[in-house]
Design a protein around this ligand. Structure first.
Ligand SMILES: *[C@@H]1O[C@H](CO)[C@@H](O)[C@H](O)[C@H]1NC(C)=O
Ligand SMILES: *[C@@H]1O[C@H](CO)[C@@H](O)[C@H](O)[C@H]1NC(C)=O
Ligand SMILES: *[C@@H]1O[C@H](CO)[C@@H](O)[C@H](O)[C@H]1NC(C)=O
Length: 238
C-alpha cells in the first residue's frame, strides 16, 4: 500500500511536470523578451525624461537671461529718458534765459514839463501838464504819474527851477513804487537856478513813478518857457 502510494505521488509529480513544462518554457521566453523590452523602454524613457529636463533647464535659463536682458534694457531706456529730460531742461533753461534777454522791449521814453501850479503844496504830486513826447503813452499829464509799461531798468529825472523871492525853496523827490529814490533841495532868495534829481530804478510792470513836492515855500516854481523848464522825464534803459 505504501509502495502504491509512493508510486502515485511520483506519477503525479511526473505528470505534473510534463503537463507544466511545455507552456511554461515559452512563457518564460516571452516574459524575458518583454522584460528586456521594458528595460530598454525604461532606459529610453529615462533618457527622454533627462533630455526633457535638460531642455526645460535650458528654456528656463533662456527665459531668465531674457528677463534680465529686459530689465537691463528697461533700466537703460529709463536712464536715457532721465538723461534726456535733464538735457532738455538744461536747453530749455538756456533758451528761456536768452529769450528773456533778447526780448525786444518797446521804446519807453517820455518828457513832460510845465507844472500845473507854481505853488505845489507840501507832499503833493507835481503835475507836469504838457507832454512833450511819450512814446509808450505811459505818462498821465492829468495826475503827473508814469505807469511802468514793461519791467526793466529805468532812468528818471525831475528838474525844478526856482522862482526869485525871499526864502524861496522846494524839496522835491522822485517816488518810484512808493519809495523815494532821489531827493533834491532848491533854495535861494535872490538867484534863479534849476536843480535836477535823477534815479536809476528797476521796476516791474504797472508800478508807478511821480515827482513829489516834499516841502515848499509859497511860490517856489518858475517856468520860463524859453529858458527855464521844470521837467519830469523817464526812459527804459533795458
Ligand atoms: C521751459 O521753461 C519754462 C520756464 O522755466 C517753463 O515754463 C516751460 O514749461 C519749460 N518748457 C519745457 C518744454 O520744459
Ligand atoms: C496830455 O496827454 C494826452 C494824452 O497823452 C495828450 O493827448 C495831450 O496832448 C496832453 N496834453 C498836453 C497839454 O500835453
Ligand atoms: C524868462 O527869462 C528871461 C531871461 O531871464 C526873461 O527875460 C523873461 O522875462 C522870462 N520870462 C518869463 C515868462 O518868466
Amino acid at each position: 500500500m505504501a509502495l502504491r502510494m509512493n508510486s502515485f505521488i511520483i506519477l503525479v509529480c511526473l505528470l505534473n511536470h510534463l503537463v507544466a513544462c511545455e507552456p511554461q518554457c515559452s512563457k518564460f521566453d516571452y516574459e524575458e523578451k518583454t522584460l528586456a523590452k521594458m528595460i530598454r523602454t525604461e532606459i529610453l524613457v529615462e533618457q527622454v525624461m533627462s533630455d526633457i529636463k535638460q531642455l526645460k533647464q535650458q528654456t528656463n535659463d533662456a527665459v531668465t537671461s531674457m528677463e534680465s536682458m529686459k530689465t537691463e534694457l528697461r533700466e537703460s531706456i529709463q536712464s536715457m529718458h532721465v538723461e534726456n529730460a535733464l538735457k532738455l531742461e538744461e536747453y530749455n533753461n538756456t533758451i528761456m534765459k536768452w529769450k528773456d534777454r533778447l526780448k525786444i522791449k518797446p521804446d519807453v521814453v517820455f518828457l513832460a514839463r510845465d507844472p500845473t501850479t507854481q505853488s505845489p503844496s507840501h507832499g503833493s504830486t507835481i503835475i507836469f501838464g504838457t507832454t512833450m513826447y511819450d512814446v509808450s503813452k505811459s505818462y498821465d499829464n492829468s495826475s503827473g504819474t508814469f505807469t511802468v509799461p514793461v519791467a526793466g531798468v529805468y532812468a528818471f529825472t525831475a528838474q525844478m527851477c526856482l522862482n526869485t523871492g525871499y526864502n524861496n525853496h522846494i524839496y522835491h523827490a522822485i517816488v518810484a513804487d512808493g519809495q523815494i529814490v532821489s531827493n533834491s533841495l532848491t533854495y535861494d532868495g535872490d538867484t534863479r537856478f534849476c536843480n535836477t534829481a535823477q534815479a536809476f530804478v528797476v521796476l516791474e510792470q504797472a508800478q508807478t513813478v511821480y515827482v513829489s513836492a516834499l516841502h515848499t515855500s509859497s511860490t517856489p516854481l518858475r517856468e520860463n518857457h524859453s529858458r527855464e523848464w521844470c521837467t519830469f522825464s523817464g526812459v527804459l534803459i533795458r
